[in-house]
Design a protein around this ligand. Structure first.
Ligand code: GLU
Length: 415
């Protein structure tokens, strides 16, 4: 199968929305492309004394509603088009959650799993030396994403502070707690997603304490989703996976214990008492809720007809192709689309910015309560819109988000 270009998908999704909203073609043309992007070469001294030049990007998609916001991804398969798509989705995500922020995204083509701590630190600092001129609390605020961590955010914030000659906590979010991070940021993406799942379950009449769950991807989002599904709902996690393989246990897996096993062995594979299955099998399990929590394009027109989950809660960005979307919708699968389901991360990032500006920090319970309100409001806005226009949940999320960005552009006099 030809490799699917995520940015082409993001543009197709927007085009569908433009049709539903009868958007002015000029406005649509603005929203189809990033407002600006910076491509950088990042020289890093490696441990063996050699210099390696990495390729990096920062894309600022649209800042009509406020400073751009979005993570930085370190991945060997990163491409400018992936970063463009992710920056577009950040724009819709921030708008849908009604945050005073626009959308952006960064990426570096690298494999941090094969780099030492020192090499990672030098890469983080060198990336900020390159993109520092276009970021800042009032311009563009990066955060973690795939394969980037709170420690990396600390190095980046420190580098930016050194360049500016003052502490700049509000420039980067997802920082460690001891360095201006927010309580509740660590598991915010998963927790936010679970709030939307709770609302979806009410809508569909699913009893979550008896629900079964499969999680594809066991990074930050997938791991916490599995743990919180057990503690918040009492649900049963039957299967989880990572880039190395999948494990299944019909009687239920202890999500935290699987996390510990992965920390020790660097994979969920060979978890005692579980049996190995393939990634394809995991996606097609007969479960109540499937969490795609890894990368893009895992649910396609090829496997969509065989998806049996009642709810697909997209903690990953872009896991479902437009063709698959139609099939799932026809088959009555309730999809909680990515930029709704995984918006908890950026929502608590926004809370982190607010706390940084005020220099006053909230209790975890306050963060959870505010996050719940934001996610629940956004979920119902999308659900109501999908009913009103008789469109699927993703199209509905686009309608709500795009309308707000267009309103901001109009009020500014851009269109
Ligand atoms: N990388 C996360 C996302 O895709 C979080 C972004 C942020 O906190 O700014 O939403």
């Amino acid at each position: 199968m030809a490799k699917v270009n995520p940015f082409a998908i993001a543009q197709r999704q927007l085009d569908q929305c433009a049709k539903i909203l009868h958007l002015d073609p000029g406005v649509q043309a603005i929203l189809r492309v990033p407002s600006r992007e910076l491509h950088v070469s990042i020289p890093v001294r490696m441990d063996d004394g050699s210099i390696k030049v990495f390729q990096g990007f920062r894309v600022q998609y649209n800042d009509a509603k406020g400073p751009c916001k979005g993570g930085i991804r370190f991945h060997p398969d990163e491409t400018i088009d992936t970063v463009r798509a992710l920056a577009a989705w950040m724009t819709w995500k921030c708008s849908l959650l009604d945050l005073p922020l626009g959308g952006g995204k960064g990426g570096v083509i690298c494999n941090p799993k094969e780099m030492s701590q020192g090499e990672q630190e030098r890469l983080c600092r060198a990336y900020i030396d390159q993109v520092g001129r276009i970021i800042g609390p009032e311009k563009d605020v990066p955060a973690p994403d795939v394969y980037t961590t709170p420690q990396m955010m600390a190095w980046m914030m420190d580098e930016y502070s050194k360049i500016s000659g003052k502490n700049q906590f509000g420039t980067i979010t997802g920082k460690p707690l001891a360095l201006g991070g927010s309580a509740g940021r660590g598991d915010a993406t998963a927790r936010g997603g679970l709030f939307t799942v709770r609302e979806a379950a009410k809508e569909l009449g699913i009893n979550l304490s008896k629900a079964t769950i499969a999680v594809q991807g066991y990074g930050n989002a997938g791991y916490y989703a599995a743990c919180l599904a057990q503690t918040m709902f009492g649900a049963k996690v039957v299967a989880v996976s990572d880039s190395k393989g999948c494990v299944l246990c019909d009687g239920g897996l202890d999500a935290e214990a699987v996390g510990k096993h992965k920390a020790k062995t660097s994979t969920v594979c060979n978890f005692p008492g579980a049996k190995a299955i393939s990634d394809a099998e995991l996606l097609e399990l007969d479960v109540d809720i499937l969490f795609p929590a890894a990368l893009e394009n895992v649910i396609t027109e090829e496997n969509a007809p065989r998806i049996r989950a009642k709810i697909v809660a997209e903690l990953a960005n872009g896991p479902t192709t437009p063709e698959a979307d139609e099939i799932l919708h026809k088959n009555g699968v309730h999809v909680i689309p990515d930029f709704l389901c995984n918006a908890g991360g950026v929502t608590v990032s926004y809370f982190e910015m607010v706390q940084n500006f005020y220099m006053y920090y909230w209790e975890a319970e306050d963060v959870y309560k505010r996050l719940d309100k934001k996610m629940t409001t956004a979920y119902h806005a999308v659900l109501n819109t999908s009913k009103k226009f008789n469109i699927n949940m993703r199209q509905a999320a686009y309608v709500v988000a795009v309308e707000r960005v267009v309103e901001a552009m109009k009020l500014r006099g851009w269109v």
